[in-house]
Design a protein around this ligand. Structure first.
Ligand SMILES: [Fe+2]
Length: 423
């Protein structure tokens, strides 16, 4: 941290005192403090100490006005010293604020890139360590969904010491500095109290100072706020997924033979996605799309859903409308735009012979191409209204045979490979 320690001799002081002195018919020289030592001041010369600037003024001029001019020079120097001090403390304040903002900005950037709670804890710790130059640290989030994260800690002993400090700060709700070598800070949210603690090991150089404490307090306050809203978001997400699940389970259960279908499609879609490197938020969106892919069936009459015989061409026409029905149902829902194509295109075929629009190849939404494989496999292996039930092996053979025509060969390949490996 940049902390100016002493006032710098100012050209401004030199110019102002020089002008004042010469207007009064005096000469003035500014020298380092205590350079000139008169045992007895000679006639027509005097010295005035200006410790505020680390200087001494040597004044030369008419002896009779010397006392008044010396006093004036001293008063001017004091006045300017005060002004310099004020501007310096303002500069310090601005530098401190800037540093705090730069660190918070850096942390926000890292938090924005972090996909899961562990990575978010890592982002906070990494920023904390860098901001004060600490050698290692620990972040603890207490309560439900407890999270403990260490960074750059080598030994078990070091870890337990840091954990104890983070727990203590979290428990007491206040910061502590242990023999200037360790520092701990609570994570506090004003209306909820303490949600955890942050503890850092020794600095790589020097010991902890009040500036470090101030910086970490700002960082911890921001991190606490972030983790608190993150938890709130996770609770809301769980509630949302729970609601969606019960809704699609209710649709699947309209026909006992399709019970659990959407959940299995979700699991199998996720299995393909993992292999494709789709993770974090994108994987969550795919899960949602997979759960909701057949939501349009809510509009199909039970006479079609429960029909064990052949469906009439008119009934087939209705069945084929369920992707568009799904779109119509879900379109008004907020923040779901990114998964609508998956719902609308899950019955498109890779060769363009699917419905409703006849899109082909990679023009078909990626999530739709994934869900299509998982959906068809599950449809084949469960007892269905309009085709005989396949064994797992028969269904896998069918997926392989239709790879490149019905299914995206990439998705079909991953699916068959993963499912064969499982058995
Ligand atoms: Fe479907």
């Amino acid at each position: 941290m940049h902390t100016p320690q002493t006032l710098i001799p100012s050209d401004k002081l030199r110019a102002i005192l020089g002008t004042v002195a010469s207007n009064l018919g005096f000469e003035i020289r500014l020298l380092p403090l205590a350079r000139v030592k008169y045992t007895a001041e000679p006639e027509g010369a005097a010295t005035v100490d200006i410790p505020e600037f680390g200087l001494q003024a040597e004044i030369i001029g008419p002896a009779e006005q010397m006392p008044q001019v010396s006093r004036l020079i001293r008063e001017l120097a004091v006045e300017m010293g005060q002004q310099e001090n004020e501007s310096l403390s303002l500069t310090r304040e601005i530098v401190d604020r800037y540093e705090q903002l730069a660190i918070l900005f850096e942390m926000s950037e890292r938090l924005g890139r972090a996909e899961d709670p562990g990575a978010r804890a890592g982002a906070v710790l990494e920023t904390a360590l860098e901001s004060v130059g600490a050698s290692g640290g620990c972040l603890l989030l207490s309560g439900p969904g407890r999270l403990l994260y260490f960074l750059k800690t080598e030994t078990e002993e070091e870890r337990s010491q840091l954990l104890a400090l983070a727990e203590k700060a979290g428990h007491l709700g206040r910061a502590s500095v242990e023999e200037r070598s360790h520092i701990a800070m609570p994570l506090t949210v004003s209306n909820r109290g303490t949600i955890g603690g942050l503890a850092l090991g020794p600095k790589e150089r020097g010991s902890y100072r009040s500036g470090d404490l101030k910086l970490l307090a700002t960082l911890a306050a921001y991190a606490a706020l972030f983790f608190d809203s993150d938890r709130l978001y996770q609770d809301l997400e769980a509630l949302f997924f729970g609601t969606v699940r019960s809704m699609v389970e209710a649709i699947d259960a309209k026909d006992p033979r399709t019970r659990g279908h959407s959940e299995r499609v979700r699991k199998h879609s996720l299995m393909i996605a993992q292999e494709l490197g789709i993770e974090g938020r994108a994987a969550k969106r795919l899960e949602l799309a997979a759960l909701l892919h057949d939501v349009g069936k809510i509009g199909l009459p039970d006479s079609i859903l429960n029909n064990r015989g052949d469906l009439s061409p008119q009934q087939w026409e209705l069945v084929r409308q369920h992707p568009q029905m799904g779109l119509a149902i879900m379109s008004p829902v907020a923040n779901i735009d990114d998964i609508l194509p998956a719902i609308g295109e899950h019955h498109e075929r890779y060769d363009g012979q699917g419905y409703p629009s006849g899109k082909a190849g990679e023009d078909i939404n990626l999530f739709a191409r994934i869900i299509s494989v998982a959906d068809a496999f599950d449809a084949m292996t469960m007892e269905r209204t309009y085709r005989p039930t396949f064994t797992k092996e028969q269904a896998l053979r069918e997926v392989r045979e239709n790879s490149g025509s019905q299914f995206d060969p990439g998705m079909a390949g991953i699916f068959c490979q993963k499912l064969t490996a499982k058995s």
